[in-house]
Design a protein around this ligand. Sequence first.
Ligand code: PPS
Length: 203
Amino acid sequence: MPRTLESQITLEKTPSYFVTQEAPRRIFNMSRDTKLIVVVRNPVTRAISDYTQTLSKKPDIPTFEGLSFRNRTLGQVDASWNAIRIGMYALHLQSWLRYFPLAQIHFVSGERLITDPAGEMGRVQDFLGIKRLITDKHFYFNKTKGFPCLKKTESSLLPRCLGKSKGRAHVQIDPEVIDQLREFYRPYNIKFYETVGQDFRWE
Ligand SMILES: Nc1ncnc2c1ncn2[C@@H]1O[C@H](COP(=O)(O)OS(=O)(=O)O)[C@@H](OP(=O)(O)O)[C@H]1O
C-alpha cells in the first residue's frame, strides 16, 4: 500500500479478500480504521458469471450443473466449490464482524451499480465521508454493452466503458438447477439481509 497523506484516501481492490480466512485479521492489524466496501450480487447469477469466466479460460471443465452438486439426485449442493461458496455472503461476513463493526463495512449492490450507478456511487462517497463529486452527470448508459460508462468529467466526450470480459453472455443453465440453487442460497441471503439491515431482493 502506498503511503497516504492526511488529505488522501488510498483504495485497494481485491475481490478475493472477502472470502479469505486470514484477511480480516491481517487488515485489522494493518489499520483497524480501514473502511471496507463489498460489491454483492445475486449469488446464483454470481456463480454463473464466475463459471462463465472460468470456462472462457479453460473450455474443458465439467458442466456447471455437474460441478454444483455433491449429489444431484439428492439435491445436495457442493458448497465447497468456489463458485458456490463465494456467494454464501452471510458466512464470510461473520469472519469480518469479528474484527470490524458493521458501520465500517459498506455493501454495494451489483445490480444497482448497473441500473442506478449514480445512486450507488453517491452512497459510496457518503460512506467514505467525501463530497458527492460523482453524480448522474458522470454516467452514460451504453445500450449495446448493457452497462453504464463513466465520464471522467461531466463534459467528457470519451466515457470509460467496461472491458470485453465484462458483460459476456452467461452459459445457459438448466432452470431446475437454478431453482435448486435459489433454494440453497435462500437461508444465507436472509441471514445476510438481517445482518446488514438491507434487503437486496435476490429472490
Ligand atoms: N462496474 C461494474 N458494474 C456492474 N457489474 C460489474 C462492474 N464491473 C464488473 N462487473 C461484473 O462483475 C462480474 C465479474 O467481473 P470481473 O471480471 O471484473 O471480476 S473479477 O475480474 O473476477 O474480479 C462480471 O459479471 P458478468 O458480466 O455478469 O459475468 C462483470 O460484468
